[in-house]
Structures are given as C-alpha cells and as structure tokens.
Design a protein around this ligand. Structure first.
Ligand SMILES: CC(C)(COP(=O)(O)OP(=O)(O)OC[C@H]1O[C@@H](n2cnc3c(N)ncnc32)[C@H](O)[C@@H]1OP(=O)(O)O)[C@@H](O)C(=O)NCCC(=O)NCCS
Length: 175
C-alpha cells in the first residue's frame, strides 16, 4: 500500500531502512520524544522483521519519504482493535533537517484519512510527552484532544514529566 500526498509519500517499511531508524532512535534530540531511547542495528532488524510478519489486520507501518525519495521518518497504526474499531498511532520525522516544514502535518493527515476512511476506525489514540510542544501543537491543529494525563510517567533530563493521552473520533476528523 502506498499513500501519496503533495510533499510526502507513505510506503511500506523495508529491512534496508533499518540503519536510518537506528541513527534516529539513538539521537538524543529525537529520542527524547520517543518510547525508544537506544537501539542496535540487530535489534532494529528484528523489530522490522516481526512487524513485517504482523503487517496484517493488527498493525500497519509506513515509511515517510519526501517527493524526491528521501526517507525522513515513519508512521504507524499499532494494535488495530477490530472489534472496537480503534487503533494506536505514532509518528517520527527522524531526520531533524525536515522538522517544522509541514511534512508531519501531511503524513499525519494521510494516515488519519487512511485510518478513518479505509480502515473504518471509530477512534485513533496515542500518547505524547508533555514537553513535546511541536507535536502537541500539530495534534491539536488536526483536531485531536487531550483526554488524560499520566502524571510523572516519563523520566527525561533528570526529572519526571507528565504524558498526555490524546485521541480523536471519526466524527471529529475534518480530513
Ligand atoms: C512532531 C512531528 C511529527 C511534527 O512534524 P513536523 O513536520 O515537524 O511539523 P509540521 O511542520 O508539519 O507542523 C508543525 C505544527 O506544530 C505546531 N507547532 C510547531 N512548533 C510549535 C511550538 N513550539 N508550540 C506549539 N505548536 C507548535 C504548529 O501547529 C505547526 O503547524 P503550523 O506550522 O501549520 O502552524 C516531528 O517534528 C517529529 O517527528 N519530531 C520528533 C519525534 C516526535 O516528536 N514524534 C512524536 C512523538 S508523540
């Protein structure tokens, strides 16, 4: 499956994407926003292999490429729960040179359109660290709401920080 936008194309993850994921997930300026804080190449290859096998009804992962074919990030639905029609979503623009230029907005829009229209999801949800102002700004811009707070859930830079639980319903998605 390939999802095409104006600035980005979302395409399936391949095993040879692994070195870029490792670079991004080991970069402290990137991984301060992520669940992963460090990762070896062999761990990443194992994760990709497992995800490719699971790439069924339960999860779906896309690499984010620019129009000129530069791989800059990844976005996914994990744990697609068929009965309740909801899923957990995530995004990383791992190449910092591409931050704040609209790539995340378009990749997220393509994914949510796919989630609500193709997968017929009723609800999409995700967590975000409270100090991740850019991500929270983006998510609110596209209609997501803060639904809960996990107090002092994330340890970073010598102290505990809250994590927001965010979500959006199909009727709130404006496309
Ligand atoms: C978060 C991320 C996906 C955003 O993608 P991006 O391409 O950098 O962001 P965009 O340029 O598309 O949109 C940024 C939007 O965020 C908001 N924003 C940016 N900086 C902000 C700030 N300091 N405070 C509040 N909102 C801000 C604005 O709404 C902006 O949209 P606008 O330019 O139309 O006003 C990307 O920066 C990223 O992957 N960062 C590192 C990993 C990460 O944080 N992943 C998410 C984990 S939950």
């Amino acid at each position: 499956m390939i999802l095409k936008g104006v600035k980005v194309t979302l395409r399936p993850v391949r095993l040879d994407d692994a070195p870029r994921f490792v670079k991004w997930f080991n970069d402290p300026e990137v991984n301060k926003f992520l669940f992963y804080r460090s990762l070896t190449l062999s761990q990443e290859r194992k994760i990709i292999r497992e995800k490719l096998q699971k790439q069924t009804k339960q999860s779906t992962h896309f690499c984010i490429d620019t129009k000129s074919g530069v791989h800059i990030g990844v976005t996914s639905f994990d744990s697609i729960r068929e009965r309740n029609k909801n899923a957990t979503w995530g995004i990383v623009i791992g190449d910092k040179r591409y931050w704040s230029q609209g790539y995340g907005t378009e990749a997220m829009s393509l994914m949510f359109e796919y989630g609500f229209k193709k997968l017929k999801l009723h609800r999409i949800e995700f967590d975000v660290y409270r100090y991740n102002k850019r991500a929270i700004g983006l998510y609110k811009k596209l209609g997501c709401k803060i639904e809960g707070i996990k107090r002092e859930h994330n340890f970073w830079n010598g102290k505990y920080w809250d994590t927001y639980q965010m979500g959006i319903l199909d009727k709130e998605w404006k496309g």
